[in-house]
Design a protein around this ligand. Sequence first.
Ligand SMILES: [Mn+2]
Length: 203
Amino acid sequence: MRQADVIRNTSETKIQISINLDGTGKAELASGVPFLDHMLDQIAHHGMIDLKVVANGDTYIDDHHTVEDVGITLGQAFAKAMGDQAGITRYGHSYVPLDETLSRVVIDFSGRPGLEFNVPFTRARVGDFDVDLSIEFFRGFVNHAGVTLHIDNLRGINAHHQIETVFKAFGRALRMALAVDPRASGTIPSTKGSLSFRLTTVA
Ligand SMILES: [Mn+2]
């Protein structure tokens, strides 16, 4: 089973994440940032990933450390759960609309961290949530999962719709990329023979 538990503690945040990449979208979310919980729920539901997140962060300062560190810890959980990535589809993409808004996410479990984030937010905040924090979340994820991720909001007027379509499309793209391809019969989907981020970073 592609599962992992990760605990990450710093002086700024204490985070515990459990994932099952072959789940059904069950989510148990208590990040301390309600809007982040709402977004993590999109990843779980649309990615068909069981996800448990408990975070205690210094949100009395602001939400920055918690949002970034949940992204980092989620990336670490992915890297651990993926193992050598044998048999996976590797590439995934999705377009998700929500009324006037349309976003596209493309992911490659390449073993190389890379983020292109093009979301022209129409407002600085959604409720209490600073929209700038969404790039911090994805940067943390990408750097620790070892994936190439292209995120583009193609159009949109409502900032809540902009963020939500990005997270939904991210979940859908994950689901496609993580799917085990039966024709690959357990081989590594690279002519290089290795995709593992962990092999290249862990001595
Ligand atoms: Mn919403």
